[in-house]
Ligand binder design. Structure first.
Ligand SMILES: Cc1ncc(COP(=O)(O)O)c(C=O)c1O
Length: 394
């Protein structure tokens, strides 16, 4: 792309950096030599200001316990105000190493063993395993897939909300790629309010949203939503710094925040922050805007490429066009394979590592999730290999 200052096409060798996507591939796929299109991190270098902030901190040779500098939470709040028009009071924000650690902490803080926790599969798979590991009960309200798009089953939600204490709401939704509209969110809010259902709103993907779609923060919807939600965000997906383990968990309700923080400090002992993560996240929010805008352009172009290439060359495989996230679904239902068969076909015949849709729960069986946050040339290789593998089967 001609107006790009940042070279997202540059291939950066990631092997032997202890990264899950490349070095951990064999553990999940039986080989380290597949085209790596799984795990939700990006094959792109972070903004220069972020690397510089990490390098500067790393130069100091002591990596002890940490505190947050003045201006840190203000940087996050300013980003949120600009991105989503959300007025976050810095004192509402609790540092937690990751969104999943926050989810565990919230489940322990606000529910009891045996309580029902509502999720909407196909959805990010650790939601289910976290609920089960903590001895709570999974209540599924499956999304509806029709005409190449996912929507919520509001009748099901009405009914299941009565049985649940907490709703883990994925917004934008991984893996459907949906950005819930304001109208959809209002209906969710109404159902939760009627049933006194607490909401853990996982908004980790809220910065990776493609125009003209617009993300609305759940806590912004109403006074009730603000007082009954935990909003989980992070710089990790936006700026590719998941390995630095920083997330921002916003709990506007004072009593809920006190309970959450007590458990974080005294039960989980998870309040310390990564020495390099603090300056990295602050630099990203303060100086990452230009990089971020170009990233969105590059991702959008990759999505357009995959969509067009499939339509042209492999029309039996369809991209579920994402409104958000860089990890959309490929609908491979027309190939007539089982979900295990699909995963196997991609590994053995295409030579590619993608996440199986079945891992995301009921409704995911006919899909594979592809990570498009990689160099265009890798996506081109994927399309070619997929087409050739299907031709060989004819
Ligand atoms: C919806 C969702 N929530 C949480 C996470 C993980 O967040 P963390 O690494 O902060 O625990 C991911 C990662 O892909 C995700 O897609």
């Amino acid at each position: 792309m001609t107006d790009m200052k940042i070279d997202f096409d540059r291939i950066i060798e990631r092997k032997n950096t202890n990264c899950v996507k490349y070095d951990g591939m064999a553990a999940s796929f039986g080989s380290n030599d597949l085209l790596p299109l799984w795990v939700a991190d990006m094959d792109f270098a972070v903004p220069e200001e972020v690397s510089a902030a990490v390098a500067k901190r790393a130069e100091h040779p002591i990596y002890g316990y940490n505190t947050f500098p003045e201006g840190y939470y203000e940087a996050f709040a300013a980003w949120e105000k600009k991105r989503h028009g959300w007025d976050v009071a810095p004192e509402w924000v609790c540092h937690t190493p990751g969104v999943l650690a926050a989810l565990s902490n919230a489940i322990l803080a606000f529910t009891e063993k045996g309580d029902g926790i509502l999720i909407q599969p196909p959805v990010y798979f650790p939601f289910k395993s976290t609920i089960e590991a903590l001895d709570r009960k999974v209540i599924n309200n499956q999304l509806i897939y029709k005409d190449g798009c996912f929507t919520m089953d509001f009748d099901g939600l009405e009914e299941k909300a009565r049985q649940a204490k907490l709703f883990i709401f994925c917004s934008p939704h991984n893996p459907s790629g949906r950005v819930w509209t304001r109208e959809e969110l209002k209906r969710v809010e109404e159902i939760c309010r009627k049933n006194d259902l607490l909401v853990f709103s996982d908004e980790i993907h809220s910065d990776i949203v493609y125009a003209p779609h617009q993300h609305t923060v759940f806590a912004q919807l109403s006074d009730w939503a603000r007082e009954h939600s935990i909003v989980a965000m992070a710089p990790s997906k936006t700026f590719n710094i998941a390995g630095l383990e920083m997330s921002h968990i916003t709990i506007p309700n004072d009593a809920m925040r006190t309970r959450y923080q007590y458990l974080l400090r005294c039960g989980l002992h998870a309040e310390n922050a990564n020495a390099c993560g603090i300056p990295a996240a602050q630099a990203a929010y303060e100086h990452g805007e230009e990089w971020y805008q170009q990233l969105l352009q590059y991702l959008q172009a990759n999505i357009d490429y995959i969509d067009a290439a499939l339509k042209e060359q492999i029309p039996q495989v369809r991209l579920v066009r994402p409104e958000a996230t860089y990890i959309p679904l490929l609908d491979m239902g027309a190939l007539g394979m089982t979900s295990d068969g699909l995963k196997d076909f991609l590994i053995r015949e295409v030579g590619a590592a993608l996440n199986a849709g079945s891992a995301f729960g009921p409704g995911g069986e006919q899909f594979m999730r592809i990570n498009v946050a990689t160099q265009r040339v890798r996506l081109e290789t994927f399309v070619t290999r997929l087409r050739e593998a299907l031709d060989r089967r004819k």
